[in-house]
Design a protein around this ligand. Structure first.
Ligand SMILES: [Zn+2]
Length: 149
């Protein structure tokens, strides 16, 4: 992985990347009100507490939105186009963004996914894998919405 695509060393997000190296998904949780939050923040947006822990959460979620890149976001990705980036709502609540592992079928909003981590040149990266497809008959009009309309 080139420098342009390497996550920046940041004490606020370091616990996430350390867990990712071990194949575990952790999310920041407020030490006072218990709210999960992503992305990590120094303070809780719910109660303003600065206390926080990192809790392992269920790595399952649902595709809330996605985009298929036909131009590489960075020059280093040029040879990988087209590739898909998904926004996933975890069953635990927070939304995460990451690459979808291509499996030869078009993603559909509402598809069930699970997180995985790829390590490229020693750097962990979030990768989502489809675990169950949405019934196409039920998602005909859901392609450009969040599926909750
Ligand atoms: Zn809180």
């Amino acid at each position: 992985m080139t420098a342009a695509l390497t996550p920046v060393g940041d004490p606020l997000t370091a616990p996430f990347w350390e867990a990712a190296r071990r194949g575990r998904l952790v999310i920041q949780r407020c030490g006072d009100c218990g709210a999960l939050r992503w992305p990590p923040l120094a303070g809780c947006p719910e109660c303003r507490s600065r206390e926080a822990t990192w809790d392992e959460v269920d790595p399952q979620g649902t595709i809330w939105s996605f985009v298929v890149y036909h131009r590489g976001f960075a020059a280093e990705l040029k040879d990988q186009i087209p590739y898909t980036v998904v926004m996933v709502q975890l069953d635990a609540g927070p939304y995460l963004v990451g690459r979808l592992i291509e499996d030869g079928r078009k993603p559909v909003i509402g598809d069930r996914v699970t997180v995985g981590f790829a390590e490229i040149d020693g750097v962990p990266s979030v990768r989502w894998r489809t675990t169950r497809s949405t019934d196409p008959e039920k998602s005909k009009d859901g392609e450009n919405s969040n599926g909750k309309a």
